[in-house]
Design a protein. Sequence first.
Length: 255
Amino acid sequence: MLFRSLRTAGRVLANPRFLALFISQVLTQVGGNMVLFALTIKVFDLTGATTSVSVLLLTFLVPAVIFGAVAGVFVDRYDRRAILVGTNLARGLLFLPLVFLDDQLAIIYVATALVATLTTFFSPAESAMIPLVVPRSQLLSANGLFIFGLQASFALGFAVLGPLLNSALGTEPLILIVAVCYIAAGLVLAWTTGSLRILLLAGFCGAFTTFSGFGWEAHRLWDASRRAFWAAVVVMPVACVAGFLIAWKLAGLSG
């Protein structure tokens, strides 16, 4: 029974369009939970008040209540692939100001509320794409994989990678890594659209996000620890250059 389930899951993941959707989900869910952990610690350090942390959590939760019904209608009327790519790129860019201004409580609240609002539109578009990219016979397995990815990503992001990276690198490099995760998710999904313009847009956003963060971390280098140095000099440029080159290559193939 177990081996049969694994074989079925393997066949579902062999579908490149579903695999792109699954990778995007893992990147955004792990990244989102990492940043939730880091910002929770940051807000408490800034204010020392549990009320401020509660407000932060509300900025993540309330947009889903307000925009949930509207998001479903919006997703039904417009191109779901464009919504998936656009919301991922926008969320990645919205995290960028927090790399520079993570000590500004109001900016943290506004940025997280906007990201949560975009997530409200992303989630139904993502769910609606599953029946479009897998055959009916594999739909149950595909939904099961998505549920597993959602739960595993929460544990990995909030309980493992969030605490680990926040302790090892600090809040700013962690947020920058999360921004790159969202841009990478947009890039992966852009590949499924087959659109040259969308691929190039995704590559540009990846380059802009990472090199902006790299420049800021390099500027901070004189006052930062060696951990921030390695986050700036090694992790970010490599992730960005790889993302941009992949986007350019795929764009060339599509063209």
